[in-house]
Design a protein around this ligand. Structure first.
Ligand code: CDP
Ligand code: MG
Length: 191
C-alpha cells in the first residue's frame, strides 16, 4: 500500500476521532468496569514480593489506578477488618496488617473484584489451587500475603478507607483495546 502524506494525515485524523469517542475508562462493552482494593500485606513487603505480586495483576490486564506504601494505623486496620470485629482472629489480623509497611492499590477492570479474589485464592494457602498467589507464595493463613475486596459492597467501603478521591487516577491504558473489545479496536466483532 502506497502511503501519501495526505493519506497518512487522513488516517491519523480518523484514529484521533475514534479515540476521542472512546467510552470512559470505566466502561468496557457497555458494562461498567469495577474497582477493587488490593493490599500487599507486610509479609509481601518484607519478603521482597511487591513487584512479583503486583505484576500478576498488571499482566492480567488490570489497571492500577491508585498505589501507595504506608504503615496503617491501628484505627485504619480495625476499620479495614470491621466485618470481623468480635471474631477470635480479629485482634490478630489487625495487629498483623498494621505491623509494618504495606502496599495498597486500587485495581480497575472488567470483573476485577471476582478475578482478583480468584487470583489470590482462599484464606488457607495449603488449600488453595496451584497458580493462586497464596498457594504459590504462602504456607500459613496468618501470613497469606494479599488482601482483595470480596464484593462490590466491600470494595465500595474499603477503597475510601485507604485512598482519598484525589488519589485515584483516571487514565487510559494504551493497550486497553488489546485487552478489551473497545470501539477503538482494529478488529471488532458485532454479535
Ligand atoms: O483474607 P480473606 O478474605 O481470605 O480472609 P478473611 O476471612 O477476610 O480474614 C482476614 C484475614 O484474617 C485473613 O486473610 C487472615 O490473614 C486472618 N485470619 C486469621 O488470622 N485467622 C483466621 N482464623 C482467619 C483469618
Ligand atoms: Mg476477607
Amino acid at each position: 500500500m502506497r502511503l501519501t502524506l495526505a493519506k497518512t494525515c487522513r488516517m491519523w485524523r480518523a484514529a484521533r476521532r475514534r479515540l476521542s469517542s472512546a467510552p470512559s475508562p470505566c466502561t468496557y462493552e457497555g458494562a461498567p468496569s469495577q474497582r477493587t482494593l488490593l493490599a500487599l500485606k507486610p509479609d509481601t513487603v518484607q519478603r521482597g514480593l511487591i513487584g512479583a505480586l503486583l505484576g500478576r495483576f498488571e499482566q492480567r490486564g488490570f489497571k492500577v489506578v491508585a498505589l501507595k506504601m504506608l504503615q496503617p494505623s491501628r484505627e485504619l486496620a480495625e476499620s479495614h477488618y470491621e466485618e470481623h470485629r468480635g471474631k477470635a482472629f480479629y485482634e490478630r489480623a489487625c495487629t498483623f496488617i498494621a505491623s509494618g509497611p504495606l502496599v495498597a492499590a486500587v485495581l480497575e477492570g472488567r470483573g476485577v473484584i471476582g478475578a482478583t479474589r480468584a487470583m489470590i485464592g482462599g484464606t488457607e494457602p495449603l488449600e488453595c489451587a496451584p497458580g493462586t498467589i497464596r498457594f504459590d507464595f504462602g504456607a500459613h493463613w496468618r501470613r497469606n500475603l494479599v488482601h482483595g475486596s470480596d464484593s462490590e459492597t466491600a470494595a465500595a467501603r474499603e477503597i475510601p478507607l485507604w485512598f482519598r478521591p484525589e488519589e485515584l487516577c483516571q487514565w487510559e491504558h494504551c493497550a486497553s483495546s488489546w485487552v478489551y473489545e473497545l470501539p477503538t479496536a482494529r478488529t471488532r466483532f458485532d454479535e
